[in-house]
Design a protein around this ligand. Sequence first.
Ligand code: FES
Length: 106
Amino acid sequence: MPKVIYVSEDGSELETTVDVGVDLMHAGLYNSIPGILGECSGGLACATCRVRVPVEWQSILPPAFPSEAELLGFCDEAPPEARLSCQIKMTQELDGIRLLVSNNLD
Ligand code: FES
C-alpha cells in the first residue's frame, strides 16, 4: 500500500499508508494531522486542506483542475507549490510523497 509523509512546520513527520483512491485530506484527518482541517469535506469551498508539494513531486501529480487553482488563488498565503489535499487521490505512483503542512491555516 502506498504511503504519504506529512511534514509539519516544526519538521516533525508522520508517515502513513493510504489506500489507492483515497484523497490525502481524508488520510490527514484520519491521522489527526494538525493543519489539515477539511472543513468542506472536499467540496472545493474552504481550502483548509491545502498543503505544499515539494518540487520533486509536482510533476508526478496531475495538474490542478481550474476549480482548484481558482480556490487557491483566493488564499492570501498560497505559494505556487500549494495544492488542495482533498483533490490529490492516492495512486501507486505517489508512494512516498511528502506534503508540507502549515499549522496556521485560516
Ligand atoms: Fe475544502 Fe479541500 S476540504 S477545499
